[in-house]
Design a protein around this ligand. Sequence first.
Ligand SMILES: [Fe+2]
Ligand SMILES: [Fe+2]
Length: 270
Amino acid sequence: MNILFCGDVMGRPGREAVKTHVPALRRSLALDLVVVNAENAAHGFGLTGRLCAELYESGVDILTTGNHAWDQRELISYIDGDPCVLRPANFPPGTPGAGWRLHPVSGGRQVLVINLMGRLFMDALDDPFARLDAILADYPLGAGVATILVDFHAEASSEKMALGHFADGRVSAVFGTHTHVPTADAQILPGGTAYQTDAGMCGDYDSVIGLQKAPAVRRFVTKMPGERPQVADGEATLCGILLETDDRGLARRVEPVRIGGRLAQHPPQR
Ligand SMILES: [Fe+2]
Ligand SMILES: [Fe+2]
């Protein structure tokens, strides 16, 4: 199975990059599934129903989120009506929406997409490790689940690596999001799980994590609150990861994808 996972889509430039590149990648790579983290799709802060539709139209199947999930309040009432939008599965019980989805793909197969959030240098949440165990107890890899993809939305690379090893051999891939910078550690762990600490953002890299650089720098220099941060509006780099899984649902290939914008280019090889 071929899956493209893209990191945090940052405002309009990020959405444009998805719209520009994903349809062609879908065809050329014969993708079975496209998952993007959309927590920053609305001007850098949250996600709306209209933007969900826009991303689906661009060829995306599943939208994950993170700490910015509720920045646009309309998503709170929207999310229960759209099972393809996920919020972290370790949000407290009773939170609207779902943290995982069993999604049908071609050939009668099913992919399990799980969204989790870290706890190191982030808001207090339920244990993501225990939550993952509980989900995998109900839906183990193999028994009707062809592939399992985990978006671990977390700040600390240590917590992300630990979750990768914790899940090694039990899921197809653990890919990190949230830091908005792609890491150079794409690999297949010893047990067969693909791993990359952060997928990077789909956004303008002439910025401070996707926000306009001058006000962001000023805030660090003066320590004074400034105006509301605005998304940097130059051409975005689409940052993602291409995953190929085998018949057991383990990783056969994992490769970073970087197209457009300022970052060194890494178009996927067929
Ligand atoms: Fe983000
Ligand atoms: Fe985030």
